[in-house]
Design a protein around this ligand. Sequence first.
Ligand SMILES: Nc1nc2c(ncn2[C@@H]2O[C@H](COP(=O)(O)OP(=O)(O)OP(=O)(O)O)[C@@H](O)[C@H]2O)c(=O)[nH]1
Ligand SMILES: [Mg+2]
Length: 451
Amino acid sequence: MAKDILDTILDLPGEIVDQVGTLFDSSTIKIAITGLSRSGKTVFISSLIDQLLYQNRLVSVTTAHSTFKATLKPPLHNVRRFDYYTFIDKLKNEQVWPDGTNAISHTLLEFESKSYFSFMGNSTFTIELIDYPGEWLLDLTLLELSYEEWSVKTLAWLRELSEPEADDYLKVVDSLSSASQGSEYEVALHKQYAELVTKLKVRHYSQITPGRFVMPSDLANDPMLVFAPVNGASVKLVSVFKKRYEKYVDEVVKGIHLEHFRGFERQVVLIDVIESLENGYKCHKDMRQGLKSMLSLYDHDNKNFLLQWFSPSIKKVLFVATKADQVAASQHANFSALLEEMVGELRRELDISHIETDTQVVSSLKSTTTIEKKYDGKQLSFVRGVLEEDGQLHDLYPGEMPSRFPDKALWQSDHYAFKRFLPPKRSYAEGEALEHINMDKVVEKLLGDLL
Ligand SMILES: Nc1nc2c(ncn2[C@@H]2O[C@H](COP(=O)(O)OP(=O)(O)OP(=O)(O)O)[C@@H](O)[C@H]2O)c(=O)[nH]1
Ligand SMILES: [Mg+2]
């Protein structure tokens, strides 16, 4: 029934509607793990799977009335597999972080939950964890914007950044005239814009669209992507770019969302609080806006039909800040306060009260140990770990986290800098889960009601 309605309303290609059909299968609970690139999705999912598989030994998950056993299942035949075995081997045995990933991947875990009380019976269910690049979620905003509106919004954003390459691009756009047309212009403008957003990404700006310009995955070199934001000076360019933009929105944005987001019941949003603090006010503000765009899908104030239509299945969003091990344990309360501040703002600015939200600071892999040391007559909390920059074990004073993000005027971007560590050199016993901070709390908050 639902497939027919979809087909009629949205006039979608048959294979997409077929895939949507499979998403209505209610026996599998779908959980999307989202977050901007490098926010820690792959390590988080690997650790979560590890904790779930070996929870009996290490994770102190004590649900009120049951124990559970989780088993990894072979993936569905038509989706990319989340390569847990390779990732966990790197973390546990090679002591390196896994490479970045640039596509959606899935994993299935089957649970048998056994109640302590026989009258409550046992339950079996499957969860699907989906590693979902946040960059692609940002494209959701395009559903609400015509090409012209997107251009105006993007050019205004670039102007506000006042970064040299952004200013160069704006100059080129300003120099366009009715004579600027033809494939040479199209390709050159697209290339310059794509290079610009790639640079801005490296400089930690978040609000980048279209997502496929920085993470093309299977669409690399697709002619559909040859567009860029311009003003109305060249009618011909606007008309060509508009067609490609609309194709992108139809095939990529709607396609991806219909294929993946419809049917997600829970979502984890990874927020890199440390990075947000390190990169200063401008990037922090941009990250907040980016997160807001990602969550606009759930905003009840947002009356856009498509966005409303996509949203109903999500019931729970857990905001997680990873990498807590980069600072001493004594700083974790402040770390949590910063995460709460970011999420609190989102809750205030978006009408998402119909969704259960929670927060948790974690370290998917604990790569340091906190030790107390005397320095200059004072007792200080140091962290001990293998530094990424030289591969050697160090005791470092990581500095203190503030309890709230600094005001614009007081925020010196070079004031906060936290060192990167490698996974610790240690050996794991057979069946021993990855060492972590607070992943048991994630299990409780995300899955506790199911177990
Ligand atoms: N100290 C520490 N660093 C972490 C942890 N998790 C991730 N990192 C760091 O963050 C980097 C990115 O982690 P990933 O899990 O690959 O992040 P991702 O979001 O999957 O990144 P992309 O695939 O590029 O989108 C790693 O290479 C580590 O440097 C953690 O628990 N502790
Ligand atoms: Mg990844």
